[in-house]
Design a protein around this ligand. Structure first.
Ligand code: 5GP
Length: 221
């Protein structure tokens, strides 16, 4: 009988998976699909000064806060990154991200390019940046209109801002054109699975190598 061996679990650092895209490219849908299939991933819930949309729930989609509170959080260092997007302020609370990472969990961020660049400055090697592109401008407009939760002035503003957002595509590790949701989702999942396996993230490898080396040395003595 072969010896009974317990399964080898290799400790690894959590992935900080950052998703960015112009508004309406399908990023939130992809994030939801990923969280449904991988409930072990922690979603970073941002604070924002934007008005809540009818379909949104405070504490789930965002923490909706007043401008004064936002400024206090930012000025006391309680936000990992922050930015003004479409005339509203957004930021990532620091504490929940640090808690999730130190528990070895992956963390998903839905933030813009300004926030991504700030996170790169602080923790580049932990971050995997994925940029989602719409297949065309017409498709982007249609998706924003279909959402029908924003006034038409807001949609115009978001379309204008799409050019600025897209101009930063080359800061990202991966760029996906979201033509077909299933295909894009499979690509995103493949990125996550491969990035989890990167050697640098596998902090539990050295003791395994040492053990193997010792076993081989004993076997060949
Ligand atoms: P929306 O108002 O449509 O929910 O989001 C507008 C934009 O703000 C999106 O591109 C979204 O990724 C970005 N955003 C949401 N939360 C944050 C955040 O905490 N930080 C930064 N930098 N951008 C955010």
């Amino acid at each position: 009988m072969p010896p009974v061996t317990s399964p080898i679990v290799i400790a690894r650092r959590g992935v900080m998976l950052v998703l960015s895209s112009p508004s309406g490219a399908g990023k939130s849908t992809l994030a939801r699909l990923l969280l449904d299939k991988h409930p072990e991933i922690h979603l970073s819930v941002s604070v924002t000064t934007r008005e809540r949309r009818p379909s949104e729930v405070d504490g789930i989609h965002y923490h909706f806060i007043k401008r004064e509170r936002f400024e206090r959080l930012r000025d006391t260092g309680d936000l990992l990154e922050s930015a003004e997007v479409h005339g509203n302020f957004y930021g990532t609370p620091r504490e929940p991200v640090e808690a999730a990472l130190s528990a070895g969990r992956d963390v998903l961020f839905d933030i813009d390019y300004q926030g991504t660049l700030q996170l790169y400055d602080k923790m580049r090697s932990d971050i995997v940046g994925v940029f989602i592109l719409p297949p065309s401008a017409v498709e982007l407009k249609t998706r924003l209109e279909r959402r029908a939760e924003d006034a038409s002035g807001v949609i115009e503003k978001r379309l204008k801002n799409a050019r600025t957002e897209i101009a930063h595509w080359d800061h990202y590790d991966y760029v996906l054109v979201n033509q077909d949701l299933d295909t894009t989702f499979r690509s995103l999942e493949a990125i996550l699975i491969a990035e989890r396996l990167r050697r640098e993230r596998m902090i539990g490898l050295p003791p395994i190598i040492e053990r193997l080396d010792q076993e081989l040395s004993d076997l060949t003595a």
